[in-house]
Design a protein around this ligand. Structure first.
Ligand code: SF4
Length: 246
């Protein structure tokens, strides 16, 4: 029985099925789960409060001094560690200090500077194309609204929310792999698509905590709720988590 429970928990951590949340109950056989929204909001607030106590210094781990630098760093962070990006960006930002400088850059030169971040050809093309669009449409400045940001080359909702939340102080829910995995394990969502997960989280998490949520979940995912080998015994959320193995 214990082995069966452990198998089910491992499947959940790998992104598979998991136990139903205490905030969701089935109304009738085969019907969609009913959400007790008030209970889910209370649980979400408790989860965030505990993670804030656990990780008081959680913040964006990319280094940047301007919205443009954060746009570039976030594009570079795809399939790459933030630490590796932070090694590459100082020289890149010094060589290309403005959107105009990046817009006029030789793609090959940019590729060489960012090679160690992986997928460097695609990333160089996105960065230069994005800079050209910033110059053509926004006077070289990064716009501070989601609709304009997601129109730019190389920028999806995730990058747009990173930039809005961290460079402009406009709350946004960033859904990356840690946020996806941990939100599902905690039954804050049953969705798999980032856009739907974002909407579920926006519904239960107070707006003032939207940006911090990603930093906290990323920290928790790196330290405790590690993919495929979560340390549930050491987790401050284990009494609130339907996927807990303890
Ligand atoms: S109890 Fe904690 S570590 Fe275990 S699955 Fe839940 S959130 Fe992750």
């Amino acid at each position: 029985m214990k082995a069966k429970r452990a198998r089910a928990a491992r499947a959940a951590h790998a992104g598979g099925t998991r136990k139903q949340s205490s905030g969701r109950k089935r109304s009738a056989r085969g019907a969609k789960p009913e959400r007790d929204l008030a209970a889910e909001k209370r649980r979400a607030r408790t989860i965030l409060a505990r993670l804030e106590r656990e990780y008081p210094d959680a913040r964006c781990s990319l280094d940047y001094d301007s919205p443009l630098q954060l746009v570039v760093a976030t594009i570079l962070s795809a399939q790459c560690t933030d630490a590796r990006v932070n090694k590459v960006t100082p020289a890149l930002f010094e060589r290309y200090p403005t959107a105009l400088a990046l817009a006029e850059a030789e793609i090959g030169e940019v590729e060489e500077q960012i090679r160690s971040t992986g997928f460097f050809r695609n990333k160089a093309r996105s960065i230069v194309a994005c800079a050209q669009e910033l110059v053509a449409r926004h006077g070289g400045e990064v716009p501070a609204d989601l609709e304009s940001l997601v129109q730019l080359a190389g920028i999806g909702r995730k990058t747009a929310n990173v930039v809005l939340g961290n460079a402009f102080g406009i709350p946004g829910v960033v859904v990356d792999t840690h946020v996806t995995r941990i939100s599902r394990l905690l039954s804050l969502t049953v969705q798999k698509e980032p856009n739907k997960i974002e909407l579920d989280l926006m519904e239960v998490v107070p707006r003032s905590k939207w940006t911090q949520l990603a930093h906290l979940f990323i920290e928790h995912g790196r330290r405790v709720c590690v993919a495929r080998r979560p340390r549930c015994d050491a987790c401050v959320l284990n009494d609130l988590c339907p996927s807990s193995e303890v």
